[in-house]
Structure formats: C-alpha cells, structure tokens
Design a protein around this ligand. Structure first.
Ligand code: RAM
Length: 887
C-alpha cells in the first residue's frame, strides 16, 4: 500500500513548524546569543550577587546545523557601554564551555555594578557578533560593608534624607524581617512581594537588593519600610542605601536611631491567619519627604537575627498572574462566594466603595459545601481571613502584603452593597521561576494532569518548596521536595531556587551530620526520615545532572559525606532496619518503612560515590562504591523472598524500588518484575497503590522494562486511585491523597508530591532524556514512547544549554518528528519501526534511510542505524523534521 496521503503529512509538518516558530517568537530569541540567555549565577541581570567568583552563562545560537562553540571572549566592564573589559577581558579562550564559566577578572568590589557581553567562534572558526550587554551587581560582600544597625519598634519606619546633587546610581539593600515592603518617595520599590525568602534565621537571613536610581532626586527624599511578621515572628530592619552622585561622591543612608517609627494600617498580619488592614490609619505622605511625623517615635534598637547575611540570589516571590472570577454566588443573604476557577496561592485584590469604618471580610478556601458556602475545615487552624476596613473616600482598592492563602474560593461578607464581578480579582503569588518546559499530547487527560501538576508545583514555590500553601503547615518537607524535583526541573527554571534551598539544607545540618524533615526546621524530626533527608544528596545530584553544576557538588561534598556517614552510623547489618517514620507516605497499600529507608541509604551512598568521581576524588569514589555494593547485597538478602519472587511484602513500591536502582540481581529481576506487572496490570487493573515514593519510580521502571503501554494505562486512569480521578472530581491542583476527602484532617487539595509523573511525560512520552553519562543535555536521547492510542506528543524544555524539542505525530503508516538540538549538543533520536516494511526516512525532504541503509547528505545528520525495533538517528545541533514511512 502506498504511503498515506502526503497532504496529511504536510499538514502535520506544517503544524509542528507552526507550533515551534510560535514558541521561538514568544521567547524573543534572536541573534547569535539570545539576550535572556545571558545569565550570572543562573539569573538574568541580577543585583546582589554575593559570591566572589560568579559564573556566567550564555546560549549560542546558530542558523546552521551540527554547530558548536569552539572559543569565546567575555568582556566585563564597569561602564554600561561595555566597550572595554576593564574588569575582565578573557581574550579569545579556546573552549566549548558556555555554562558555568567562572569570572576570572579583577576582584569584584562590594556594591559594584558590572556590564558584560560575549561573542563566540563556531566550529568553522567563524566569529559571532557580540551579544547585547547584560549586567550584574554585587551585594555587600563583607560584614563590614553594612554600616547600619537593626531597628524596629513599630511596623512602619521612615527616614528623610538630602541628596546633594544628581544621582548616578543608587542601590538599596534591605533585610526586613519577617517580610518587608520598601517604599521610596511615595512608591514601592520593585515588584517583589513577601521578601525576603524564609531561612533558618539563626544561621542565615537574606537581604534583597533594589536598583532605586530612578526613584531618587536631588534634594529632599524619604524612605519608608513596612514590616510584617512572616516566619520570623517579629519585626526587624537592617537597611542600607548606597548612592553614587555625579562627580563621583558617594553617600549612604542606613538604618539607625535617627529613623522614626509608628504603627500603620496593617493592624494584624500572619502567614496562616491573614491580614487586617485599617485604611483609616493610613498616613498619606509618610513615605515622602516633608511629612509631619508628629506622634512618630524614635525607632528602637532591636536584636536582629543571629545568622549571617546573604544576598537573596533566587527569583523573588511576585504576583505572577491575575485571575478573573468565573462566577459569584450568594449562598446566604449578604454572603458572596467568588469562584476563581483555579486553586492557587496568593490573595484577592478588593475594590470597594462605602462608608468609613465598614469592614469587608475575605475568607479563603479550597472547597465548598454542597450549599455553596466555603469549607475551610481542611485548613485546620489556619484562619485564612483578610479584613479591610474602609476609609470611606470613594473607590478603594486594596490587597494584603504580609500573608498568603491557598484557595480557589473567596467568601466576601460585610461588603457595602452588592459586589460585582469586578470587586474581586485573584492574585497568584509564588516564586517567580520562569516556565522552562511545556508538554502536550493527544490524550486530554494527560494535558489535564500536566496542568494540575504545574499549577500545584509553582504555587508551592514560596522561596522554599512547600508541601502545601493553604493550611497551618506550608513547610519545606524534604520528601515532597525530592520527589518532585525532576518534574520541577523540566517544567521550570529551578537552578537558582534549588541552589538556595540546598544551602538552606546545609544550614540545618548539625555536627553529627543529621538534617531535618523540614527545612527550615519547624515540623517533623531530626534526624530526618531517610526518604526525606535524601533531598540533600538528590537535589545536589539533580543540579549536576540537569544543570551541569559542579560547584554545588564541591561546596556540598563535605556536608553530604557527613550525612552519609551519619546514615552509616545508624545501619544494622548494612541496612536501615529500624529507622523510618513515613516511608512510602500516603500509599494505598503499605510498604514496610525499612525497605524504603534502606533503598535511600543505598541511593545516597551511590550518589556520594558518583559525586566523588565527578570531583576527581577516585579514592573516595571507590570506597563509597564498595559500601554501595555491600548495601546492595544486604538489601537483596534481607528483602528478597525466593519463594514468592517478591521484595519485602511484594507491594508495588517494594518491587519497584528493587528494580529502579537495580538492587535485584539478574536471577531475581524477572520474578520481581513479573510480580510487579501482575500486581499492577491484573490485581489492580492498572491502578497504582503506591505512596509518594513508589509513585516517583514506578513509571520509569515500567518504561525501562519495555512496558510504557502499561505506564500509559496507569497515567490515563480516571478511577480511584489515579491522577485522572482527581481531575474527574474537580481538582485544579494535585491533591495530597489519592482519596477524595474534604473534612478537617490531612487532605490538602494543593500538594505537589504526587507530581513526579510530570517528568515521565517528558522522558517517556515526549522522549526527552539526559544521557546516562554526560550531564546537562550535552548529549540527548530523544526516544518517545508511541504507546496505545497516543497519536502525538510534544515536549519543549529550555535547558541550561538551550532549547530541546521533541514532538511527534503518527498516522497509520507514517510518523513525523520534530527535534531541536542546542548548539554544542548532540542527539540520538530513536524512531520506532512499528513492524513496517520498506521504511523510508527523510529529513526536510531528503532521504536519510532507504533500502535498509543510511543515506548521507542531510545537513547535521551524522548517521542512521537500525535496531530490532527502531531507527536510531545521530544528529548534531539544529532543528529537524523527520518523516518515516513504510508499508
Ligand atoms: C505532612 C506533609 C508532607 C509530608 C509529611 C510527612 O504533614 O504535608 O506532605 O511530607 O506529612
């Protein structure tokens, strides 16, 4: 039979092309180096970099295929035009590196501003023009650079000052705890909210840098700072404004006893309970010069946090989206309930007109009762309530500053008159990590899952990865963090965020090497459950595997070693037999905790050995590899039952863990796999009974064992327990439990920890895989699983080295596949043969495989090989559209 109608194929390719050019245009990437790709310490034009040798990143672009960088030149200047490298001119450096390029110029000054650009030479020695100029600012690098002192005494602090001349550059450094808002001359500085990030304040507090040059003027100026409790549960400010004047003079305005203090309109604020704002207490002009500060007292000297000060080098929390309510209902007289249509984190913006003193109460919830009233039972003791008291001066608009809620519904009471749809907007608030990945497929339920996974993930990024965002918890539970990290790394630009969180983890480590269940440590235990503590080695390892970060490995190696040695001290017979609290948390079928702990003991030791290898420490790599082998043997001996062929109790999780890390030796593998398959496919009709741990590994095990069809059956279920079941029951973010519960217990409706399936979408269905040896997408394996009735899938990820795309669509006897490989990377693209005969593979119209032979000639394609089930294409960088047809 001849090949399926070419017109159709053209449409397919057209569609793929269209999708791609759209995404490319949206990213605004033009020229040899995309401006947004110039980064310093993973951030775009950051301020407050407080490392002496920051790392620079860029992404070379090239119109040709099979391209690579062979040399670069970096210019770092103290002058914005960046013509000469007065700080650093690297000269032409023969190197393929364009990530983690360590600054090697003059020693960086505190409070400095640097401008940089880069050019590169391609594989043919052609040089690119210079990139656009990017910048970075250094923070206050030593303790002695801070001139002010900690002050407080009220939740509003102000200071007037004179600027004798015109301002060339001004940078404000603020550590206002728990939360702060900086205002200068009547305006809020920047667009961050809920600053600074939450840390273990006794060890470290973060300060935030703002460029406020354009907010100052010659003459009289004023700075005002509002303070909230946040997680610090107190209020303290350290402030320093460094100003450079025309003519070179400098001056600083710092927090000290000359500041004035007064309690302002925020009369109550709490992360869990909400904020009460009395607009009658506003003092117009308090943050401007010339304000009559009668009644204000002298700011009090207060004890600041005991920890060191570090710059906040991660994407700040911001208002990331504004939701228009889907509808407003009136379940009872004068009770209005707004449905935002999406569970999220943040707050509501209120618009209201009414009499002075009227109090509008906003209460937040994830759920409704059947009578339409909001159900706050699952928030436990979190009151989740904001109150706005009107000043009565026409239309008033307000949103809180020092709290956030997890909610889909907003209940409004006390509203003067009847609210309209415009009275309320949902403000979506979370760490401003950029979306890095997108995934879509022909099966709607998968797109639904992708949606609830990513909404759940991003709305739980609140400077740390939280377990949930609504109830009286919102902790950095480490098990949740490690289980979802790979999904997050595909969907979002997480590098700076995790760099910060890994430091947070190290900050809680004690002399014995122990770490804690939550970071910062408020809930849970020390030492952490091993399945929670593993977040420390695993996140470091993922930062290496996904982002190629070796500095983090170097910095953390001593801490990781201490942690692993602590685990070793707890081992009995080479395993963690009596050390587990949560294990395969919230599973349908229980798995003994000890097998989970022992699995992670092996995993952590193995990772430590691999890290030692990367760092060139061969002796320790060998020693820990040996320890890992011993644990592996002990694991099999302890948990494998030759009679049943099961590990431990034969739960899905137990067998999946043994298979995932190849803890099952050759002669046990078949039995364990057979049991896992039977349990999943027959006993549970393709439903998981796993908790968060088993769920993370089982999908990948199924794909590795050639059973992506079964994994797909699992992923597309809509009955209990499954992700689809959550969606069928109205979930717009992932639930904490497979079960549908709405009562007062543990049942958050926004808990990202079952979101690990998100990485399986990219790896298996779109087919985007890291090379097992080479980190950070320098080598890529695109191997989509074209399962069951799935007719297309596409994944695009902006990796540290550039965009990777894998998108395919199939028909009866044909297949079209778009692949995008970044400059300097190479890919293996695996296309299934589907039992077709007389296969012809072409790329952009050129035949690359026919009569069972590779045909050379397509630019960038380096070869095609045939295996029993697939054609494997080797290709260099560039964008390709392959077409496979057969009979
Ligand atoms: C719950 C948390 C979290 C989990 C711990 C063990 O309180 O919400 O998700 O990690 O328990």
């Amino acid at each position: 039979m001849p090949f399926a109608i070419p017109v159709k194929a053209l449409i397919v390719i057209g569609l793929l092309t269209f999708c791609f050019s759209l995404t490319r245009a949206a990213a605004g990437e033009e020229g040899p180096i995309a401006p947004a790709a110039l980064r310093c310490e993973y951030l775009i034009n950051p301020l407050g970099i407080d490392v002496q040798l920051p790392r620079l990143f860029w992404i070379p672009r090239h119109p040709g295929r099979g391209q690579a960088q062979t040399a670069y030149q970096v210019i770092v200047s103290t002058v914005p035009s960046c013509e000469k490298g007065d700080a650093w001119d690297s000269g032409k450096v023969p190197s393929a590196a364009f990530t983690h390029v360590v600054y090697k110029g003059k020693s960086l000054a505190s409070d400095g501003r640097y401008y940089w650009k880069v050019r590169y030479w391609d594989k043919d020695g052609q040089e690119s023009p210079y990139s656009a100029v990017a910048s970075f600012g250094t923070g206050l690098l030593t303790k002695g650079d801070w001139q002010g002192s900690w002050i407080g005494g009220a939740n509003q602090l102000r200071k007037e000052f004179d600027v004798p001349g015109s301002v060339v550059r001004a940078t404000a450094y603020v550590c206002g705890l728990g939360y702060h808002e900086l205002r200068i001359n009547g305006r809020k500085a920047g667009s961050n909210v809920l600053d600074p990030g939450w840390t273990t304040y006794d060890t470290r507090a973060l300060y935030v840098a703002h460029d406020v040059t354009s907010m100052l003027k010659a003459g009289a100026n004023a700075v005002g700072v509002m303070l909230g409790d946040g997680w610090f549960k107190g209020k303290a400010l350290l402030f320093q404004l460094n100003i450079e004047l025309a003519g070179g003079k400098t001056m600083s305005v710092v927090s000290d006893a000359t500041w004035k203090a007064m309690s302002g309109p925020v009369v109550e604020d709490s992360v869990y309970n909400g904020e009460t704002y009395d607009a009658r207490l506003e003092m117009p002009g308090w943050d401007e010069p010339g304000f009559a500060d009668k009644g204000w007292t002298k700011a009090a000297a207060v004890a600041g946090p005991r920890g060191v000060l570090s710059a906040q080098m991660m994407p700040p929390i911001r208002v990331m989206d504004t939701l228009v309510p889907l509808k407003m209902t009136t379940p009872r007289p004068d009770v209005y309930v707004f449905d935002m249509g999406q569970n999220a984190s943040g707050w509501a913006r209120l618009r209201v007109t009414g009499a002075r003193g009227a109090a509008v109460k906003l209460r937040f919830a994830e759920l409704l009762y059947s009578d339409g009233m909001i159900n706050q039972e699952n928030l436990r003791s979190a009151r989740a309530q904001d109150v706005y008291i009107l000043k009565g001066e026409g239309e008033e608009a307000w949103e809180p500053r020092f709290t956030y809620h997890g909610f889909r519904y907003v209940e409004v009471t006390g509203f003067p008159g009847v609210p309209t749809a415009d009275s309320i907007r949902g403000r979506v608030v979370h760490s401003s990590v950029r979306q890095a990945g997108s995934f879509a497929a022909s099966k709607p339920v998968l797109n639904g899952i992708q949606r609830i996974v990513t909404w759940g993930q991003k709305t739980n990024l609140h400077s740390i990865p939280t377990d949930c965002n609504q109830r009286d918890e919102r902790m950095g539970w480490m098990g949740d963090a490690q289980g979802t990290a790979e999904e997050a790394l595909m969907n979002f630009d997480m590098a700076a965020f995790y760099t910060n969180f890994i430091r947070d983890i190290r900050d809680v480590q004690d002399a014995a090497g122990t770490i804690t269940d939550t970071v910062p440590h408020i809930w849970g235990s020390r030492p952490a459950d091993p399945a929670w503590g593993t977040a420390y080695p695993l996140l470091c390892w993922y930062m290496y595997r996904y982002c190629g970060d070796t500095r983090i490995l170097e910095e953390q190696y001593p801490g990781l070693k201490k942690y692993v040695e602590f685990l070793r001290s707890k081992a009995e017979n080479g395993l963690l037999l009596k050390y587990s609290y949560y294990g395969d948390w919230v599973a349908v079928d229980k798995t003994p905790g000890a097998i989970v702990s022992s699995f992670y003991y092996y995993y952590d030791v193995k990772i430590l050995s691999d890290i030692a290898q990367v760092l060139g420490n061969a002796a320790e790599a060998k020693a820990y590899a040996k320890l890992a082998e011993d644990i592996k043997a002990a694991f099999h001996k302890e948990y494998f039952d030759p009679k049943t062929g099961n590990y431990a109790n034969g739960s899905q999780t137990a067998n999946a863990l043994a298979l995932f890390l190849e803890l099952a030796p050759d002669d046990a593998r078949g039995a364990a796999w057979g049991n896992l398959f039977d349990n999943l496919a027959y006993k549970n009709a393709s439903h998981l009974t796993t908790g968060i741990i088993g769920t993370k590994y089982i999908m990948e095990v199924l794909t590795r064992f050639g059973n992506s069809d079964l994994a797909y059956d699992v992923a597309t279920q809509t009955t209990y327990p499954s992700w689809g079941y959550m969606i069928e029951n109205g979930a717009t973010t992932l639930w904490e439990l497979w079960q549908r519960r709405e009562g007062p217990s543990m049942n958050s409706h926004n808990h990202p920890m079952f979101g690990s399936v998100g990485v399986w979408f990219y790896k298996a269905l779109a087919g985007i895989n890291l090379d097992p040896q080479v980190a950070a997408f320098e080598k890529i394996r695109l191997e989509p699983q074209m399962v069951r009735d799935l007719m297309f899938a596409s994944g695009a990820v902006d990796t540290i080295r550039g965009r990777v795309v894998s998108a395919w669509r199939r028909e009866d006897r044909s297949l079209a596949m778009e692949a995008v490989v970044p400059v300097g990377s190479e890919a293996e693209i695996v296309l299934p043969k589907f039992n077709l005969r007389n296969i012809v593979l072409s790329e952009g119209g050129k035949v690359v495989w026919a009569d069972k032979k590779y045909v050379s000639g397509a630019e960038g394609v380096r070869g095609v090989e045939e295996t029993a089930s697939a054609l494997v294409i080797k290709a260099g960088s560039g964008r390709y559209v392959f077409e496979l047809r057969g009979e």
